[in-house]
Design a protein around this ligand. Structure first.
Ligand code: NAD
Length: 242
């Protein structure tokens, strides 16, 4: 059975992606500080999953790959773990900047670098990074300079790795969700003024569910997507075209 690893797989968009991949026949490693609850609920649904208990801010990302290899050859990597610090640039400390950049961008690079040799051995791999509409914008009504920089950096990383690793059978893409109601965005959607300001700019007229993002992301990890690499797929209800 093909193994997929999904960081941030215990909740939100990562969890929905993990569920879609499991439905598509992958055995999914839920990478999280506390993956056990999610793994249990996957198993109760009859979906193949295993825990990869790692704190990506403390443990070396390579540990994820080492732990997952015990379950079989890794064919897919999705990096959906994320944090944010919502502060204007003049109030953002260097430590906060580094924390956000590290988890989103450095860990993406280190995980991809650790997994690619194994994908090359089987001649097949799918790597999916999670960008955002902030990959292409300044970040909306709440200042998030580190997050915007990290998500834009992922665009360059996606293109560079896609080009280098296409001959190895590895496809690398960037999935860019619009606004999704998760714990991550609770400080925004729980504020009626912010919620209204953002929602009024979404042509579809509402925020997405994690499942709506995941259905598209999981497709990018399938056999049919062999000719799709180095690109971004935006799932934003029309936000960027407003
Ligand atoms: P979420 O907060 O629901 O999930 C984030 C996940 O990251 C959680 O499972 C959390 O445990 C994990 N995580 C955080 N720090 C970690 C660490 N140190 N070690 C291991 N795991 C860690 O957020 P979400 O909304 O599902 O976001 C998932 C991804 O999608 C993020 O990259 C986010 O930037 C991106 N995104 C979200 C939205 C949105 O509107 N929610 C929009 C665009 C992009």
């Amino acid at each position: 059975m093909r193994v997929a690893i999904v960081t941030g797989g215990s909740r939100g968009i990562g969890r929905a992606l993990a569920e879609e991949l499991a439905k598509k026949g992958f055995k999914v490693g839920i990478v999280s500080r506390h993956p056990e609850g999610a793994v249990k609920s996957f198993q109760e649904m009859g979906l193949p999953a295993f825990p990869v208990a790692v704190d990506l801010e403390k443990d070396p990302p390579e540990k994820v790959v080492d732990l997952a290899l015990a379950e079989g050859d890794i064919h897919a990597l999705i990096h959906a773990a994320g944090i944010n610090v919502r502060k204007p640039a003049l109030e953002l400390s260097y430590e906060e900047w580094r924390r956000v950049l590290y988890l989103h961008l450095d860990v993406a690079f280190l995980l991809a670098k650790a997994v690619a040799p194994h994908m090359a051995c089987v001649g097949w791999g799918r790597i999916l990074f999670i960008g955002s509409v902030t990959t292409f914008t300044s970040g909306g009504p709440v200042p998030i300079p580190a997050y915007v920089s990290a998500k834009t950096g992922l665009l360059g990383l996606t293109r560079a790795l896609a080009k280098e690793w296409a001959p190895l059978g590895i496809r690398v893409n960037l999935l860019c969700p619009g606004y999704v109601q998760t714990d991550f965005t609770a400080p925004v959607w729980s504020n009626p003024d912010l919620y209204q300001a953002i929602t009024s700019r979404i042509p579809v007229g509402r925020w997405a569910s994690p499942g709506e993002i995941a259905k598209v992301g999981a497709l990018l990890c399938t056999e049919d997507m062999d000719y799709v690499t180095g690109t971004t797929v935006v799932v934003d209800g029309g936000f960027l075209s407003y």
